[in-house]
Design a protein around this ligand. Structure first.
Ligand code: HEC
Length: 164
């Protein structure tokens, strides 16, 4: 009788240990996913810098733009896949993704689609070699960032907490 009880509690203890380990593993995954999405976000402006320089009249090199916008589009599409449940501030204090990413998913997806479309179009326009058209489309593409957050890197917005 008492050894049966001992076995039962030992099994319960093992089950608890396993579930704690699983939680720790998923918290670790959530932290990795946050890091990946932050790295992608940090890469966007550098990828679009060439287009920004054309827009500011500092360069006329439109030929190098399409390859960069293609990379940016792929990065944004990957970014959109990096929001598993449990990767908000409840598990990862470092993330600046607001709960609205999950509760207003349709609006978040629309902001992703808009950024993808405008960035794609920036590359298409650059292929024509028309500098003025690149300038106009640069404005549309950079405004699409504003669908989720303000421009300055510390600024907040609908889907990004302001940095402390
Ligand atoms: C669909 C929404 C969305 C769009 C559009 C968007 N971002 Fe973000 N961005 C986010 C979210 C969410 C975060 C916070 C990610 C996190 O901390 O988990 C973020 C974070 C960032 C960061 C901070 C990264 C860090 O080090 O923490 C930068 C820089 C950034 N975005 C740049 C841009 C630029 C440039 C554009 C436009 C080319 C853009 N973003 C468009 C959602 C978006």
């Amino acid at each position: 009788m008492s050894s049966g009880l001992y076995k039962t509690s030992k099994i319960a203890f093992l089950a608890l240990a396993i579930s704690l380990a699983a939680n720790a593993a998923s918290a670790q995954n959530a932290a990795a996913v946050v890091k990946e999405r932050q790295e992608i976000m940090k890469s966007l402006f550098p990828l679009l810098r060439g287009a920004s320089q054309v827009a500011k009249g500092e360069s006329t090199d439109v030929a190098s733009i399409p390859a960069k916008t293609q990379e940016a589009v792929a990065a944004v599409q990957k970014f959109a896949s990096l929001f598993p449940t449990g990767s908000g501030r409840e598990n990862v204090p470092d993330t600046r993704a607001t709960p609205a990413v999950w509760t207003e998913k349709a609006a978040f997806d629309a902001a992703i689609a808009k950024l993808v479309a405008e960035t794609q179009k920036l590359g298409d326009v650059a292929k024509t070699g028309n500098v003025d058209a690149v300038k106009t489309q640069w404005t549309a593409a950079s405004e699409a960032c504003g669908g989720c957050h303000g421009g300055p890197s510390k600024s907040g917005g609908k889907f990004r907490f302001e940095a402390q």
